[in-house]
Design a protein around this ligand. Structure first.
Ligand code: COA
Length: 315
């Protein structure tokens, strides 16, 4: 038995921040941001809108997409929990009206969604539950230093979620392979040392390309796929140049790489489910597509997964 994607949904807050708006208060420009990252705009949560609010919005859409009103497990990937303690997942479960279900947070920064997917898929494969909600949600705007142009231009807020159910490996939606890794010696590259998030962009770029490529190769081999098998590469939406480098090194044509970072920026744990939901809504990701997911994030952490896209309407 394995985990099968049964529904997907995503939300972004409605406060749009364009590059031009950032250039009015920071020493930066639309030209610099677009040429170095590919990002044109992002959405920012208004005061009072927390990570759990976005997570609930995405989860409701995913549950509607799956046609269910109940699940047996909630796993939430986030770096910006509502509070350091307790976890945010139980709050999300409660707001969704899910009573007595196991609910926990996963902390793996931008790789969080793949780690959370792995955790829930394991519980399903072992028969501990029949269904699960896997959510990636972040409000990075709450930890960005407004005076730091190197991070303020990159991140945006958002949430994405999938409903998984227990199913068979040959079903559409089936998750077929996983590879995860970490290297704590790189912990200082992406960190919140005090009040604000800090990132050493250049080495992060280099490690991200290397690890996303290696992890993808491992999971392709494990799934019995080649680069030619892959219809869509859904990589963590950090920087379009990272996505281009990874697809080039893997030998996957660049037009098979899903890109929505131009519209939403880097939404951390929300990035992959948000990109999948957007691509499905646009008709760019369709039933039967062989999909490769890969991410790199703070920790350092990285990972990749393969699945066959199901016949679902994204919410
Ligand atoms: N606007 C204008 N100039 C900026 C700027 C901004 N927003 N941010 C940095 N700069 C400046 C730098 O100060 C530097 O100036 P200097 O040459 O006078 O010192 C110059 O632009 C080049 O900076 P550099 O950091 O070398 O740029 P880069 O090409 O490496 O791009 C990132 C910076 C952050 C976009 C890039 O390193 C990156 O995307 N890294 C990966 C980040 C990532 O993916 N994080 C998430 C992973 S989970």
């Amino acid at each position: 038995m394995t985990a099968v994607v049964a529904g997907i949904g995503a939300v972004v807050p409605d406060r749009l921040v364009t590059n031009e708006m950032l250039a009015q208060r920071l020493d930066t420009s639309d030209e610099w941001i677009v040429s170095r990252t590919g990002i044109r705009q992002r959405y920012v949560a208004p005061p009072g809108c927390s990570t759990s609010d976005l997570a609930v919005g995405a989860a409701e859409r995913a549950m509607q997409s799956a046609g269910v009103d109940d699940v047996g497990l909630v796993v939430l990937a986030t770096t910006t929990p509502d509070r350091p303690c307790p976890g945010t997942a139980p709050v999300v479960a409660s707001k969704l009206g899910l009573v007595d279900v196991p609910a926990y947070d996963v902390s793996a920064v931008c790789t969080g969604f793949i780690y959370a997917l792995f955790s829930a898929a394991g519980a399903l494969a072992l028969g501990h539950t029949e269904s699960a909600l896997v959510i990636g949600a972040d409000t990075f705007s709450t930890i960005l230093d407004p005076a730091d142009r190197t991070t303020s231009v990159i991140f945006g807020d958002g949430a994405g979620a999938v409903v998984l159910r227990r199913g068979h490996e040959d079903e559409p939606g089936a998750l077929s392979g996983f590879h995860l890794g970490s290297d704590g010696a790189l912990a200082d590259l992406i960190t919140v040392p005090d009040k604000y998030f800090r990132m050493d962009g250049k080495p992060v770029f280099m490690h991200a390309v290397r690890r996303m490529t290696e992890s993808s190769r491992t999971v392709l081999a494990q799934s019995g796929w080649t680069a030619q098998t892959v219809d869509r590469l859904v990589g963590h939406q950090a920087n379009v140049r990272i996505l281009q480098a990874v697809s080039e090194q893997l030998g996957i044509p660049e037009d098979r790489a899903v890109v929505n970072l131009d519209r939403v920026g880097n939404t951390a744990a929300a990035s992959i489910p948000l990109a999948m939901a957007d691509a499905a809504k646009d008709g760019d990701l369709v039933a039967g597509h062989k999909v490769l997911l890969t991410a790199f994030g703070g920790g350092a952490t990285w990972g990749a997964a393969t699945l066959t896209w199901p016949d679902v309407i994204a919410g």
